[in-house]
Structure formats: structure tokens, C-alpha cells
Design a protein around this ligand. Structure first.
Ligand code: CA
Length: 423
């Protein structure tokens, strides 16, 4: 996701407003055509013809542990508290994605926020996902905080290393982290070597250096896969799929460099990244040119225009984008159509980004205390030590609560059940 857009929006906002078992036979909600436009209505979507039975239906819930520590409770479809991992599994989700930052803590041990997502956090999430039969997608940012097209800051520990030492560091860190996460009980199915790496990786911005780091990371994933006996796929992750030529440049660069990987993944947010037709065409072109699988590693869409935690949202949703309303039905149709487009393009899966990042406190009174203490906002004040010009200035809560698939109080929306309904 694009930190630059969060930061730009939060600037405006500040100016304006100053472990459980997993057996279930729960029924899924029925649908009603008459309710289709209501924000709280049951979702109605058509199945996707020809959808592969092993299509990846992913959900990124990287911040979930920090949210639970902050007191957030999630419910089942009947309104009873229930482990969110079970609810996701019941809804058709078969893959959990989690970002990993090397060391998202300041010199006093306080978390930068955004879920304080280190390897230990990933291990806990992976273990709970595995208990509910879901695989884990490990998303290495190779940074101590958000990595995106505008920033690929090296982890603190790597910042002053020679390039040769950094190459060794990325191999060792990748291998050791994956072993730790795997041995903690996770079922790792896929690993991203970098996050939205259009502009660089781990503080390196030249193609030659980027490729060398990716090769080391890929080698580490392959080695852990062999040693563990698990078939772990390697994915690369880019964004701005609307820029067809730029994407194809990266595809060609990886091919020329003979990078060993399995999946060329992209972010696709309908309000930023062009039409679904263009997305579908570009995925086909990527697959044809690279000979690799493709996947949408991040997507989302709002179900409401409301903000739930007093910290403004990145996407307001006041105007429909590509015809999709900011309603439960609109969100449902949007996800269904993204899955359909991806499937028609031969992609292997779609992953929703941070679908449970809801408010930590409905009265908003103690939000900032919880965000600071548990890292449940997008950034805490402690991030200033690492990122003084951005997160360190504009820290706060969830800018994504209206794009979750749970309401502000933790009840699953019917849009979550689209993962079942598509087939
Ligand atoms: Ca918000």
C-alpha cells in the first residue's frame, strides 16, 4: 500500500480535525435482492465461472495481534465473539498474508505502529492461521517500517553495511526468519521478497543492486523450502499496474537477470490503478512475457464513507469508482469482479489488504493511548526515530477502517462471504 498517500491524507486530516479450535458448522447468511443496496444488507454476487478450486483467496491481517491487544473483539455471523481466524476460514479465505519488518522498534523498545509487525508477530499469526487450515504468505519489506514505491529504507542494522555485507544479511535474515516462523507452527506457502519494489529494495535503488539482493533473498527461500520439505513459492511484488510499460520493464529486467522466482505479484486498488480490463490485460502480458504465475497481492475497496476512529481514511468513497458504491454490496461486487478478472487472466489468487483493521475504541476517547501502547494505528510517535519526516509527524490510527470486511464493532460484513460465493 502507498504510504505516501496515507501521509498526504493524514496531513489534511490533522489540519481539519485536530487461540482456539477450528471446527465449525455455522450457516452463512442468506441473501435478499431487496436489500442489495443497503449498507448492511446481505451480499449478492454471481459465482465466477471456471474459478480454480485452488485459487488463493487471501486476507492480509498483519495488524490483528495489536488490535486484539488493544481490546478489539471480533464476532461470528451470529453475533457471538469468535476467533477471527475461524471466521475468515468459514468465509472461504484460504491464505493469510502478513508483512514483516526487520526491527519496528525504537531504541527504547517502543513499537513504530502499523501492527509492530516483526517476525514474532508473523509467527503468531501463522500459527493461528495453520490451526484453521490456512496457509501463510510472508511479506518481507526488508525495512524497519513501511516500504512502498516512495521509500525502501534499509533496516537500521543494515544501513551502514557494505553492499557485500548487505547481500549476506538479506540471505541470513530471510532464511532465519522463515525457519523461525515455520518452526512456530505456520504453514508457509508463499514468500514475498520485498514489498512494492518498483523503486528499490532495502535502501538500494539501482537495478543491478536490486537484482543482486533479490537473488540472495530468493536463494534463501529456496534453501528453506528444500530443508523444510515444504513447497514454498517465491513471489516478487510491484505496484502501479496501470503503467503497463513500467510493469513490463520490471518483468523484462527480472527475465534478463534470470531471477529465480515463481509468481509476479501486483497491487491493484481500483481507485488508483486503472480499469479491471487493463489489469486483466497486463496480467496476461506479464504471464506471457515472464512464463511465471501472476497474483493480485493487495486489493481493497470501501464499504462505507464513514470514519470509525476519528483518524481520517485514505479513501472517502463518496463517489463510486468504476461503478462500485461504497456499500457492502458495492464492496462485494468489486471483490467478485476483481477475482473474476484475475481468474480470467490466469492469475492464481487475490488477497485483500488489512480487512480487519477496525477502530480500537468506539468512543474514540482513548484511541491514541492504545495506538501508541500496542501499535494498532498506522504509525506511532515512536516511528519518528526511524522516519522523522513522515510517519513521525503524521502518526495516528486506522486510515483503512472503511475498507475492512468487519464493521466498526467487529462483526463480519456479508462482503467477507464473497470468498465463499465466488465458487
Ligand atoms: Ca479511520
Amino acid at each position: 500500500m502507498k504510504l505516501r498517500l496515507i501521509a498526504a491524507f493524514t496531513t489534511i486530516c490533522i489540519a481539519l480535525i485536530m487461540t482456539t479450535g477450528c471446527i465449525s458448522d455455522k450457516p452463512i447468511n442468506a441473501s435478499s435482492a431487496d436489500e442489495a443496496d443497503d449498507k448492511t444488507a446481505a451480499a449478492l454476487v454471481e459465482p465466477v465461472d471456471g474459478l480454480s478450486s485452488d485459487f488463493i483467496k487471501g486476507m492480509d491481517i498483519s495488524s490483528i495481534i495489536s488490535l486484539e491487544k488493544s481490546g478489539v473483539v471480533y464476532y461470528d455471523y451470529d453475533g457471538k465473539p469468535q476467533d477471527i481466524f475461524l471466521t475468515l476460514s468459514e468465509s472461504g479465505v484460504n491464505y493469510i498474508r502478513v508483512r514483516v519488518w526487520n526491527d519496528p522498534f525504537d531504541s527504547n523498545g517502543y513499537g513504530y505502529g502499523g501492527g509492530n509487525c516483526d517476525a514474532a508477530n508473523a509467527a503468531e499469526i501463522g500459527k493461528r492461521a495453520a490451526a484453521c487450515g490456512m496457509k501463510l504468505l510472508v511479506d518481507f519489506h526488508y525495512s524497519d517500517f513501511w516500504a512502498d514505491p516512495d521509500r525502501q529504507n534499509a533496516p537500521k542494522a543494515w544501513a551502514d553495511m557494505s553492499f557485500e555485507d548487505k547481500k549476506n544479511a538479506i540471505y541470513d535474515y530471510t532464511a532465519e526468519s522463515l525457519k523461525f516462523i515455520s518452526e512456530s507452527g505456520s504453514d508457509i506457502g508463499m514468500v514475498q521478497i520485498g514489498n512494492e519494489i518498483n523503486g528499490g529494495v532495502a535502501g538500494e535503488y539501482q537495478s543491478e543492486q536490486i537484482i543482486e539482493l533479490l537473488k540472495q533473498a530468493s536463494c534463501a527461500v529456496r534453501d528453506v523450502s528444500k530443508q523444510s520439505g515444504n513447497d514454498i513459492k517465491t513471489a516478487v511484488h510491484y505496484t502501479d499496474i496501470q503503467n503497463h510499460d513500467e510493469i513490463m520493464y520490471h518483468v523484462d529486467m527480472l527475465k534478463s537477470a534470470e531471477l529465480d522466482y515463481d509468481i509476479f505479484g501486483v497491487s491493484y486498488y481500483p481507485y488508483w490503478h486503472g480499469s479491471m480490463e487493463n489489469m486483466k490485460k497486463t496480467l496476461r502480458d506479464i504471464s506471457q512475457a515472464s512464463g511465471k504465475s501472476t497474483m493480485i497481492l493487495e486489493t481493497s475497496y470501501p464499504y462505507t464513507t464513514e470514519d470509525g476512529d476519528g483518524f481520517g481514511n485514505v479513501i472517502g468513497g463518496a463517489e463510486p469508482v468504476q461503478g462500485y458504491k461504497a456499500s457492502v454490496q458495492g464492496q462485494s461486487e468489486c471483490l467478485r469482479d476483481i477475482i473474476a478478472a484475475a481468474s480470467e487472466a490466469g492469475a492464481i489468487g487475490v488477497c485483500w489488504w488489512e480487512g480487519a483493521w477496525i477502530p480500537v475504541n468506539r468512543d474514540n476517547a482513548s484511541n491514541s493511548t492504545l495506538w501508541e501502547k500496542y501499535g494498532s494505528g498506522w504509525a506511532s510517535s515512536y516511528s519518528a526515530e526511524y522516519d522523522p519526516d513522515n510517519a513521525g509527524k503524521y502518526y495516528g490510527g486506522s486510515s483503512w477502517d472503511n475498507q475492512a470486511m468487519f464493521d466498526f464493532d467487529g462483526h463480519p460484513l456479508d462482503s467477507l462471504n464473497v470468498f465463499n460465493l465466488v465458487g
